[in-house]
Write a protein that binds this ligand. Structure first.
Ligand code: FES
Length: 127
């Protein structure tokens, strides 16, 4: 196997948490401006902890695998832990070197997730 590890290809072919959840408490959509691929993340947050997560959208193997792995990780994590996630955490999950041209692909799921949490926080402030 050359560019992508088998694990990445497996997540790409059989993505985890793809679809929708019932009554998400927040969501966000983002686009990778380099390619036009869009990703949406839905979260259910209860007592500041993610209890359910789903994603949707098209993209390359790196973006889909990174988001599939990230969504597995998110379940049971607090908002605080998720806001602390850095690009390096995603690269570690992927386990391969990410070339500069693929950074946006690898991080699309993370930035969309953190945007969904911002939307959640903004919505809770209005209550
Ligand atoms: Fe579009 Fe990677 S090429 S997300």
């Amino acid at each position: 196997m050359d560019l992508y590890s088998e694990i990445i290809l497996d997540h790409y072919k059989n993505p985890h948490n793809k679809g929708h959840i019932d009554s998400p408490t927040c969501k966000a959509d983002e686009e990778n401006p380099q390619c036009g691929d869009t990703l949406s993340i839905e979260l259910k947050i209860e007592n500041s902890v993610v209890t359910e997560v789903a994603f949707n959208g098209a993209g390359c193997a790196i973006s889909q695998a990174a988001t599939s792995m990230l969504t597995d990780y998110l379940k049971g994590k607090s908002i605080e832990e998720i806001n602390k996630l850095k690009p390096d955490d995603i690269y570690k999950m992927l386990g391969i070197d990410i070339s500069p041209g693929r950074i946006k692909c690898a991080l699309l799921g993370l930035s969309t997730t953190q945007q969904a949490i911002k939307n959640h926080n903004n919505a809770s402030k209005k209550d």
